[in-house]
Design a binder for this molecule. Structure first.
Ligand code: EPU
Length: 419
């Protein structure tokens, strides 16, 4: 268990280099088991979610080697066995082993995945998709047994453009007989990243990044090399921080197109930015204006940046309204921000109001999930005095080297282990 301690109010300046995308890497790593040769993935972030996937792969008997940001996975000798529930529960993305192992062995037994408690997080769309491909799903409490004599391409329409279901169904369909079409597919950059990886391995996937993905099943996938796309949520988190307290802060190694919706919101509230090919330079303006945020699937405003931007809006003049449309439990950070002096009110599961600007004061607060944690780190860096963030392990799940990155730009921040 860890806590983060911040002495706030220091202007931040310098460069932050963005790491590979968590939500892409957590899908690419399980996808490696689709192939019985060694695959190499570079730009993999060093975060605890990847450690958990490494633990699953090693448990199944894969040979995993990690050096810096490169992971090599040889799953030629893996055994298809039940992963203990305590490992599956460490993260959400363990569910990608469902699609990947089903494709490879035509059978998978797995417990319900874990992950941040930001809503009910059902997996009905994944299961319905597996069934459309010809699998049988048996549910026994928390345990799912999915079997198929034969996986056959199908037309699958997702009720909601779910990131997880889109990726899991690509994994399951990649070696199915015939053609699969996923309509109302998610379009996030990590969907394209995963499809590119699979295509590099010999898959035939087209349309990733649009709402209709076509997969022509192939018999065999082979070894390949792949690079994780930059993390647009980490990018956005540092852009928001720079808008609050940055001076010529440069966020580099990014794809600016992926944060288009955030750029447009920041411009609206008075932040001016220099946008380069692979960097954005931001200084906090003297004044910020209120805005309204509605979270949407990509390319709309991402739910994963809703909590970080809420902290920024406590510094904006006027009343901002947040409409969270993806998750039912993503306002818990507001309660903690109020402890620090913010004026926010949660009206319903999906609607909250922030009235600013308010001065934030350092306090002891609790991270309730990964992005709530990011929201509190930003608050602690803005606030006067000392902020202690309990449950900081949530933050370490998704932000590589956050302490070092922030220290390098002038923050007074440290991580403390609680024994
Ligand atoms: N949904 C269903 N049934 C399903 C799947 C999803 O009803 O079978 C609903 C969910 O309840 C939710 C919505 O669809 O209301 C979106 O869920 P989605 O499947 O897109 O989310 P996810 O795959 O579980 C990923 C990221 C989340 C991110 C969301 C939305 C990973 C491991 N997680 O979750 O990331 O918020 O997409 O973009 O990729 C984070 O990084 O902090 C995080 C929570």
């Amino acid at each position: 268990m860890h806590r983060i301690i911040i002495e706030g109010g220091k202007e931040l300046s310098g460069e932050v280099k963005i790491s590979g995308s968590k939500n892409s890497a957590v899908a690419l790593v399980p996808a490696a088991v689709l192939c019985d040769e060694e695959v190499t993935i570079a730009n993999v972030p060093n975060i605890s979610d990847i450690d958990a996937l490494d633990e699953i792969l090693s448990y199944l008997g894969a040979k995993v080697t990690r050096k810096n940001d490169v992971i090599k996975i040889d799953s030629s000798k893996i055994e298809n066995k039940l992963i203990p529930e305590n490992i599956t529960k460490k993260l959400r993305a363990s569910y990608y082993f469902m699609g990947a192992l089903l494709s490879r062995f035509k059978k998978v037994e797995m417990y319900f995945p874990g992950g941040c408690s930001i809503g009910a997080r059902p997996i009905n769309l994944h299961l319905k998709g597996f069934e459309a491909l010809g699998a049988k799903v048996k549910e026994d409490g928390n345990l799912f047994t999915i079997t198929a004599d034969h996986l056959k391409g199908a037309k699958i329409n997702l009720d909601f453009a779910s990131v997880g279901a889109t990726i899991n169904l690509m994994l399951a369909a990649v070696k199915a007989d015939g053609i699969t079409v996923i309509s109302n597919a998610a379009k996030e950059p990590h969907i394209v990243n995963v499809a590119t990886f699979l295509n590099n391995m010999g898959a035939r996937i087209s349309g990733a990044g649009t709402s209709e993905i076509k997969i022509i099943g192939v018999e065999h996938l082979h070894s390949s090399f792949h690079e994780v796309v930059p993390d647009y949520i980490e990018t956005g988190t540092y852009m928001i921080l720079a808008s609050a307290i940055g001076k010529d802060m440069v966020i580099s190694n990014i794809i600016p197109d992926h944060v288009e919706s955030l750029i447009s919101k920041l411009e609206e509230i008075g932040v001016s930015m220099e946008i380069g090919i692979d960097f954005i330079k931001i200084s906090a303006p003297l004044k910020l204006k209120q805005t309204n945020i509605k979270t949407q699937v990509y390319p709309g405003f991402p739910t994963d940046l809703q909590q970080p931007i809420s902290t920024l809006l406590t510094q904006a003049e006027g009343k901002s309204i947040i409409n969270e449309t993806i998750w039912e439990n993503r306002f818990l950070n507001l309660h903690e921000l109020n402890k620090m002096g913010a004026t926010t009110e949660t009206l319903t599961n999906s609607k909250a109001v922030i009235i600013g600007p308010t001065k934030l004061k350092g306090k002891t607060v609790k991270a309730t999930d990964l992005r709530a944690g990011a929201s509190l780190v930003i608050a602690g860096l803005i606030a006067d005095g000392k902020t202690v963030i309990e449950n900081a392990d949530y933050i370490l799940r998704g932000y590589e080297n956050i302490i070092e990155k922030l220290t390098n730009i002038g923050a007074k921040i440290r991580l403390e282990e609680i024994k």
